[in-house]
Design a protein around this ligand. Structure first.
Ligand SMILES: Cc1cc2nc3c(=O)[nH]c(=O)nc-3n(C[C@H](O)[C@H](O)[C@H](O)COP(=O)(O)OP(=O)(O)OC[C@H]3O[C@@H](n4cnc5c(N)ncnc54)[C@H](O)[C@@H]3O)c2cc1C
Length: 479
């Protein structure tokens, strides 16, 4: 049966032309529900994954939306044999400049892999490879469980996991990839394999940090935990003007050495185009009761913020709030990032002033600079050699979310971001830059992204599992 399938697939590859007929090539070998469209067809936008950012996007000649695991296997085999480059995506949030190197490719839309199964007795969550963070909240909350996720509901759970996965429950439970128990993955050969600590453990090591380089994950099983504080989360937001932001930066700095696991601090520099003012917003999140959160809230309230809002929410409500605006598609996002373990108030004041100058001279620029500060306690409990993820020590993830519509601003934005990134790097507490892959710009050397200590093993495994470089367009591991 299997050899028959190989024979028909081999025949399929004979009919390859410069502009392949995707219907003829794929349709006979995938299940009837699989949709296919070329870029010139009217239904292309429905078949292809959506794209979050218009900056340096991949381009596709066709899209295919498989239904079954066997479909994904067939698609990978046929595309590989016909030398059709392909990229499997969900909501297209991956947005570093490497994606622009994906040209005239086949988009494999993973949206149909949307199953979510909670096994509350064994503390397990099994999802399809096309599930977003937002899709798991309700089933988990109904079961009285939680898991660490990213903060935006629209982001693919697997897409984020395989590059790390950072978010507000990180202090309590670690990186999202630390919760991963096993995956089912389609390899470059089109095989469907399981990877876990016990089976294909080398592959399992590699996908927890560099996963997009090694295959298409069709399902993933995670560990889940009982809800913290019955699901009660405190969210507070404090505003400071540029002129009175020093004390707020001092507050952020006071948590450089240690931040309690349930506490999250997220300072963000923004510009109000109506009032033409740059401000610092400090979000404080606490996984616990209002009484437990109060001492931290009092600390910030004592700094005389110009605005204060405090509310009790559930974890999913928290992430819905954080997603407002952030999940909107179609903007031009040219991001830069840096991992830090220190926030020097002098440097942060300087950054804020330079951002203010840029806002004033570039009225069409709408970006922000934020730092996500989480305890690294839980992530550091996992031995470094257990996963390929290299930067467990980072406690502050800096993100320049540069948003603007006009490509003519690219050069100015790049100049500013690079110069501020250098300045921040010098004060970051790290000798060499440590770059969180999922936020990377795409100009960073491989050792700053994957880690010099992890690269040799990653290269060996890349050669073993994906010798023809079918995967990993987001940040390709060479060898
Ligand atoms: C608005 C926004 C908010 C974000 N918030 C956070 C956050 O809080 N925490 C955080 O850690 N990150 C966050 N990110 C970054 C995010 O983790 C990465 O962009 C991630 O790569 C997105 O995955 P995706 O599936 O949504 O995007 P896609 O562009 O669809 O995929 C990104 C990459 O992952 C690969 N991939 C996706 N699914 C699979 C799969 N099933 N098998 C194999 N490869 C796969 C793709 O091939 C591609 O290379 C955010 C990004 C955005 C745009």
């Amino acid at each position: 049966m299997l050899s028959q399938l190989f024979q028909v697939l081999a025949l399929a590859s004979l009919s390859i032309a410069a502009n392949p007929n995707y219907e003829d090539l794929f349709k006979p070998f995938v299940s009837p529900g699989t949709e296919i469209a070329t870029v010139s067809e009217p239904d292309f936008a429905e078949v292809a994954s959506p794209r979050w950012s218009t900056w340096q996007p991949p381009t596709f000649q066709a899209a295919i939306k498989p239904v079954t695991e066997a479909d994904v296997q067939a698609i990978v085999r046929i595309a590989s044999r016909n030398k059709i480059p392909f990229l499997a995506t969900l909501n297209g949030h991956g947005s570093n400049k490497n994606y622009a190197r994906v040209q005239n490719a086949l988009n494999i839309n993973l949206e149909n892999f949307n199953s979510v199964v909670v096994d509350a007795v064994n503390n397990r969550l099994t999802i399809g490879g096309g599930v977003t963070f937002g899709q798991i909240s309700e089933p988990l909350e109904k079961a009285g469980k939680e898991i660490q996720t990213g903060n935006a509901v629209c982001v693919g759970m697997v897409g984020a996991t395989i590059g790390g996965g950072i978010g507000t429950l990180q202090g309590l439970h670690g990186l999202v990839l630390d919760a991963l128990v096993s995956v089912k993955l389609v390899t470059a050969k089109g095989d469907l394999v399981v990877a876990s600590k016990l089976v294909n453990s080398d592959l399992f090591w590699a996908i927890r940090g560099a996963g997009a380089n090694f295959g298409i994950i069709v399902s993933a099983t995670y560990e889940v935990y009982d809800q913290t504080s019955k699901g009660e989360v405190i969210l507070a937001s404090f505003g400071f003007p540029l002129s009175a932001s020093r004390s707020a930066w001092e507050f952020v700095h006071s948590y450089d050495e240690h931040i309690p696991a349930p506490l999250v601090v997220i300072p963000a520099i923004r510009y109000n185009h109506t009032t033409q003012e740059t401000s610092l917003n400090v979000a404080v999140v606490y996984y616990g009761t209002m009484a437990e959160a109060q001492p931290y809230l009092d600390q910030v309230a004592a700094l005389n913020p110009i605005s204060t809002a405090v509310q009790t929410v559930t974890n999913s409500e928290l992430h819905e709030i954080f997603s407002m605006g952030a999940c909107d598609r179609g903007g031009r996002h040219n991001g830069y990032t840096l991992g830090m373990k220190k926030t020097d108030p002098d440097t942060m004041e300087e950054i804020m002033q330079e951002m203010n100058d840029f806002y004033e001279t570039h009225p069409n620029y709408n970006g922000s600079v934020s730092i996500q500060r989480y305890s690294n306690e839980a992530a550091m409990k996992v031995p470094d050699n257990e996963t390929s993820y290299p930067w467990r020590d980072i406690n502050s993830y800096l993100l320049f979310d540069n948003v603007y519509a006009d490509a003519a601003l690219d050069a100015d934005v790049d100049d500013l971001s690079r110069s501020l990134r250098d300045k921040l790097q010098a004060a970051s507490g790290y000798e060499d830059p440590q770059i969180y892959l999922n936020y990377a710009h795409g100009d960073e050397p491989l050792n700053q992204v994957y880690g010099a200590s992890k690269l040799p093993k990653l290269r060996t495994l890349k050669k073993k599992w994906d010798p023809d470089h079918s995967f990993g367009f987001n940040f390709p591991i060479d060898y």
